[in-house]
Design a binder for this molecule. Structure first.
Ligand code: AMP
Ligand code: ZN
Length: 113
């Protein structure tokens, strides 16, 4: 999608701090980290949010979770980590391209705000 920030980041048109890249997904450090480690994993395909995941596009979501598990192991997140996807304005979604926050390096509280 031509006017989407994360499509542009995945395409390399806007600079980002890459954590992982393959033909299906891209991961990069969050510009406003909420934990000592905080990166985002996105599909290269433009999917607006969790609400638009369907039988046609869910394979990439499975792949994203495989990538998250691999990165968590490689980065030594042995004390735990959190995966968050905000869906919709009231949940705090500010960029309308599906993304999974991965946060680690501090204790997390529950419930989230
Ligand atoms: P959300 O608010 O759940 O939609 O998450 C969007 C995230 O994107 C926020 O945590 C922002 O800090 C992050 N973000 C926005 N612009 C950039 C950027 N250019 N590079 C990296 N992260 C960004
Ligand atoms: Zn997009």
């Amino acid at each position: 999608m031509s006017d989407c920030l994360f499509c542009k980041i995945a395409a390399g048109e806007i600079p980002s701090d890459c954590v992982y890249s393959d033909e299906l997904v891209y991961a990069f450090n969050d510009i406003d980290p909420q934990a000592p480690r905080h990166f985002l994993v996105i599909p290269r395909e433009h999917i607006r949010s969790c609400a638009e995941v369907s039988a046609e596009n869910s394979a990439v979501v499975a792949h994203i979770f495989e990538v998250i598990a691999k990165l968590a192991a490689e980065l030594g997140f042995k004390d735990g980590f959190r995966v968050v996807s905000n869906c919709g304005a009231s949940a705090g979604q500010s960029v309308e391209h599906l993304h999974f926050h991965v946060l680690s390096g501090r204790d997390m509280t529950w419930p989230p705000g």
